[in-house]
Design a protein around this ligand. Structure first.
Ligand SMILES: NC(=O)c1ccc[n+]([C@@H]2O[C@H](COP(=O)([O-])OP(=O)(O)OC[C@H]3O[C@@H](n4cnc5c(N)ncnc54)[C@H](OP(=O)(O)O)[C@@H]3O)[C@@H](O)[C@H]2O)c1
Length: 357
């Protein structure tokens, strides 16, 4: 249960961090996907205002990471900032970045990891250098590998600290459009050729976009939805491994509709239509600023009152957060199923060719 129930969709993230200063002060925090005008930068900014010891800012572009650190340093000069260049779509880049964290004695623990970076709606099927569909490789698999490689430092934080040790995966309401296609991660099949449990929601897709995309093998919003479902299942699987033993919790967070660079691959008319449809369904689709959009990530990272209801259940509750509230009503069952979370863990281990237990 959230400690403060008056926080809502438009609460600025900094206000939330300020309500729980001891969860941030003197801590070591990593945020992925930090660049100007992004949720990553707004999230890092909210942490920075409560004086963490080390703020590790990751991105794939050196210039964007440096620009972000310059803006953070101008407001909060007394924090140690670390630029970590990591292309999440490249397993060798992720391994290099994780090795830098693991070898840095000035950062003995990681208290909070926010897996925030993401890409949406790449128009045509592309594969990463490791041969994996780029959206899944970036949004899920890169974060899966990075988190597991630096996990010893996260566990060390939990063993030393009485404040929350958290792993946050930034997902999206858009996960509802597709389960993980375990038999077709790389999009070679039409929906009708998939097992029923792996099919995207064609009806909902038609309602939101005007076309069901039933005949497409690849569709950019399906690849995004698959990856965002994987983000939630990854939180479920992390909790199954880490909550009882170490008290480390993982939450999956939907930020809301936020004016960032996420729409770079989508046409404005597609986005406009989808938001209109969301409003028709009763969802609050009003655009938030990045400072507001980062609020649920920060809440999930710092509020000690949040606890997982039942990590062992088939349908895990308490793991999905939106608008600063646990939001079990709006998370798809295929995204909170403990067996599917285990299946995804095994699949991911296979794809990175390393076991993590
Ligand atoms: N904005 C929204 O309305 C909304 C709604 C629901 C969920 N989300 C989620 O919120 C998260 C943050 O997105 P945002 O809205 O802040 O979008 P954004 O402004 O596009 O930021 C995304 C960040 O991810 C980085 N990134 C993309 N591909 C990467 C890769 N291969 N390796 C490393 N970093 C990579 C981007 O770096 P580059 O700039 O170098 O590409 C950028 O820093 C995403 O996970 C997204 O799915 C956003």
């Amino acid at each position: 249960m959230e400690t403060i129930t008056t926080f809502g969709p438009l609460t600025p993230a900094a206000e939330i961090a300020a309500a729980f200063p001891s969860s941030v002060q003197g801590k070591n925090i990593i945020v992925t996907g930090v660049s100007p005008n992004s949720l990553g930068l707004a999230t890092a900014d909210a942490f920075a205002c409560q004086s963490p010891a080390n703020l590790i800012v990751t991105g794939r572009s050196y210039d964007k990471v440096e620009a972000s650190i310059t803006s953070l340093r101008s407001k909060y000069p007394n924090i140690q900032y670390h630029a970590l260049i990591m292309d999440l779509a490249s397993q060798s880049s992720v391994r290099d970045a994780a090795a830098k964290i693991n070898q840095d004695d000035k950062i003995p623990t990681i208290d909070i990891l926010v897996n925030n970076a993401g890409v949406m709606a790449i128009p045509a099927l592309t594969l990463s250098e490791d041969g994996i569909e780029t959206t899944f490789a970036t949004n899920h698999l890169g974060h899966f590998l990075f988190t597991n490689l630096i996990l010893p430092k996260i566990i060390k934080a939990a063993q030393r600290s009485s404040t929350p040790t958290r792993i946050i995966n930034v997902t999206s309401f858009g996960h509802q459009f597709s389960p993980v296609r375990f038999s077709d991660i790389n999009f070679s099949k039409r929906a009708a050729d998939l097992p029923t449990a792996e099919r995207p929601d064609l009806e909902k897709t038609e309602f939101f976009t005007g076309s069901s995309h039933a005949e497409d093998t690849y569709y950019g919003f399906f690849s995004y939805a698959q990856s965002k479902t994987a983000n939630i299942l990854f939180s479920v699987a992390l909790n199954q491994r880490l909550w009882a033993q170490y008290g480390i919790a993982s939450f999956a967070v939907h930020p809301g509709a936020v004016g960032t660079n996420i729409n770079r691959h989508a046409t404005p008319s597609e986005i406009e239509q989808a938001l209109k449809r969301a409003a028709e369904l009763g969802f609050d689709a009003a655009s938030k600023t990045p400072e507001q959009g980062a609020n649920s990530s920060v809440l999930a990272a710092v509020d000690p009152g949040l606890s997982l209801v039942d990590v062992a259940a088939d349908e895990v509750t308490g793991v999905y957060i939106a608008d600063c509230r646990v939001d079990d009503a709006n998370v798809a069952r295929f995204a909170t199923n403990g067996h599917l979370a285990e299946k995804l863990w095994s699949l991911s281990e296979g794809l990175v060719q390393q076991k993590f237990e």
